[in-house]
Design a protein around this ligand. Structure first.
Ligand code: ADP
Length: 221
């Protein structure tokens, strides 16, 4: 489904350069649940962004099925992402002046007409236990509710793949478990899930764990 082959990414720094990804190769198969672990600064986020078409590698290729996503122009890549990829971030990235409902609707507006956008925002908010909060701004929501809104925004377009960057990183164990339950349910329903985590218990919920150290994949590719 997604295949990265020998990808490298070098960032220039004030003093020298840093190799965020170093000849990394991995394949994510349709329907898999994969966790990505590794020390801070080892290249996990860069890998996830590269898989999601948001960070052009300096070397190597990323295939979506038979197609090379970085051969597409920016518009085609963002259309592909809008339709197929649901991103979830540690810091939620909600629009502060939009209500919960409106934040979720942003997820739909990013999807193109080809997406199977049949999901009703209300039923999704209901499923995520947010119905009573739909007219609230992010600042009026608890941390757990904010992350559930961010999940709803990612899920509303029924993405083929969810890319989650430490989705429980800012949450207490109980709300973290709620988020993991939602991801597990999505996976059971057939969605591919790739999740960065620092939590070994969450990593163990995945079918496969990829470990990255100094930009190199050392386990699980
Ligand atoms: P992780 O997610 O494992 O913490 P990252 O992928 O965020 O690691 O970062 C890997 C390395 O690349 C780090 O040294 C980080 O500082 C550096 N890096 C990441 N993004 C940028 C950027 N946009 N500009 C400069 N350096 C970056």
């Amino acid at each position: 489904m997604l295949k990265a082959t020998a990808i490298s990414r070098i960032f220039k720094r004030k003093h020298g350069t840093v190799k965020a990804l170093d000849n990394a190769t991995l394949e994510i198969k349709e329907g898999e649940f994969v966790s990505i672990i590794g020390p801070s600064g080892s290249g996990k986020s860069t890998l996830l962004l590269t898989l999601g078409g948001m960070s052009h590698p300096d070397q190597g290729t990323v295939h979506w099925n038979e197609q090379l996503i970085y051969d597409w122009d920016v518009a085609k890549r963002s259309q592909w992402r809008g339709t197929n990829v649901g991103f979830v971030f540690q810091s939620f990235n909600l629009v502060p002046y939009l209500t919960a409902y409106e934040n979720v609707s942003v997820g739909l507006s990013l999807a193109n007409n080809g997406a199977k956008v049949t999901q009703n925002i209300d039923s999704l908010l209901d499923e995520l236990n947010l119905s009573s909060r739909k007219d609230h701004l992010p600042s009026e929501l608890s941390i757990g509710q904010q992350q559930r809104v961010a999940l709803a925004r990612a899920l509303v377009k029924k993405p083929r793949i969810i890319l989650a960057d430490e989705p429980t990183g800012n949450l207490d164990p109980e709300t973290g478990k709620e988020v993991m339950d939602i991801l597990k349910k999505q996976h059971s329903a057939g969605t591919t899930v790739v999740m960065i985590t620092h939590d070994p218990n969450n990593a163990m919920l995945a079918q496969r764990t990829i470990k990255i150290v100094d930009g190199r994949i050392v386990q699980g590719q």
